[in-house]
Design a protein around this ligand. Structure first.
Ligand SMILES: Cc1ncc(COP(=O)(O)O)c(C=O)c1O
Length: 409
């Protein structure tokens, strides 16, 4: 019997680009209609093009370094008792985080479309660093929009962007974080779309950008599926895949192959930024009470006030410090396929301390939120439960914050 082909979640939207009929879409100005349509057609063509796929796989393997390791964290497991804790060490990817998958694919698309300029947004600086790397690799001129607050708190990644020849455009409007960087980058693209390609750094933005980013990071779960089968001879019965969620690109990439499984077999747990324990501010639109709003060209749950104005967010982690989230995660929340929760700044810091104390792993502040949830639930679970955390970024970029908060060298 021929099995029905699985439709990936990136393609499960309606003709207007909405997941579940209400999340996503493409709320764009008239001037962007044509460039967005061109990009949509190009991507449709490229993802079926065997030569392009061969090229993508070549760079995933020989440039990014895929597959990244899948390892058991024995010491952490023994410390906590209960469930086994494993990590998918995506921070081993070239540049130190999952953002390299999306950046590489966008650079390849930019080349295929004959454009020489590429622009992108960044929060933690990884999306920017990776885009600058990919631009350098493929001979493109690169501009990165970054909030002034994030430039200060993520210096190592800014140094890397400049070293790669990218121009960093500081954004001083609003909260001077990722949300303002994305707005400014989109504004720039509106005026320069004729010769410039735009990379959105996560699974957010108008429909096509959600799709391209999800298509790129899905590599992570393809690798994990092979690794699980090789380690356990089959997909085990009690798995929990825990991932931090900012815009949602690493979580989508980590889960993509497993969304069709029964949630009793594979539970998907997304961890947002709860912000400082004592503050009312957070960046957790899925796990705290929010409403649907329009942000950056798409409908999603958004942190907003009663009048629908975007709320200020706060998080120790620049990568999670964003008031919106991917429409695909909104859909997974509403359909109850995934469970979303949050970790506070303090819990993420504590988790970072614990993981680095017991393991040779140095998760950045973003995946430290995911580890916080793993540390919370592991002791209550049976020994045959397998918790897998996506350790999607390296903490080198957090050097200054960790020194200030934990006195780390
Ligand atoms: C290491 C790392 N993890 C997670 C994130 C959050 O983004 P996303 O939810 O798109 O993976 C970022 C964003 O900059 C990041 O740098």
């Amino acid at each position: 019997m021929k099995l029905k082909k699985r439709i990936p979640l990136i393609d499960q939207h309606n003709q207007h680009g909405f997941w579940g009929g209400k999340f996503g879409g493409s709320f764009i100005p008239e001037t962007l209609k044509k460039p967005v349509e061109d990009l949509t057609n190009e991507f449709k063509k490229l993802r079926k093009d065997k030569k392009f796929l061969k090229k993508r796989d070549h760079y995933f393997k020989n440039y990014i370094g895929a597959p990244t390791s899948f390892v058991k964290l024995d010491n952490l497991t023994n410390q906590l008792g209960g469930a086994q804790i494993w990590a998918k060490v995506v921070s081993e990817a070239n540049g130190g985080a999952h953002k390299i998958y999306n950046a590489t694919v966008h650079a390849l698309i930019c080349k295929a479309m004959g454009k020489k300029y590429i622009v992108g947004d960044t929060g933690a600086g990884y999306a920017g660093k990776m885009l600058s790397m990919a631009a350098k690799k493929f001979g493109l001129k690169c501009k990165i929009f970054m909030g002034a607050k994030d430039i200060k708190r993520q210096k190592p990644n800014c140094d890397a962007m400049r070293k790669n020849g990218a121009e960093i455009v500081p954004v001083y409007s609003g909260s001077q974080t990722l949300v303002d960087a994305v707005s400014e980058c989109m504004r720039y693209w509106v005026s320069n779309c004729d010769n410039t390609h735009m990379c959105v750094g996560s699974t957010v933005g108008p429909n096509i950008f959600v799709k391209i980013c999800g298509w790129s990071t899905a590599q992570i779960s393809r690798e994990l599926k092979v690794q699980l089968k090789s380690e356990f001879k089959k997909i085990p019965n009690k798995i929990k895949l825990i991932n931090c969620v900012g815009g949602g690109s690493s979580a989508y990439g980590f889960w993509s192959e497993f969304i069709d499984y029964d949630k009793k077999q594979i539970e998907l747990i997304g961890v947002e930024a709860g912000g400082p324990k004592k503050s009312k501010l957070h960046a957790a639109p899925l796990s705290r009470k929010t409403k649907i709003g329009i942000l950056h060209g798409a409908a999603s749950y958004v942190c907003q006030n009663k009048e629908g104005q975007i709320n200020e967010t706060e998080s120790i982690s620049a990568g999670l410090d964003y008031p919106g989230v991917s429409p695909m995660h909104c859909f997974l929340k509403d359909t109850k396929r995934a469970r979303y929760t949050y970790a506070t700044d303090e819990e993420a810091l504590k988790a970072h301390q614990m993981v680095t104390k017991f393991e040779n792993l140095n998760p950045s502040l973003e995946p430290s939120h995911a580890f916080a949830e793993a540390i919370k639930i592991a002791p209550k679970l049976s020994k045959d439960t397998i918790i897998i955390v996506n350790s999607c970024g390296d903490a080198k970029k957090d050097r200054d914050i960790l020194r200030e908060r934990l006195g780390k060298k």
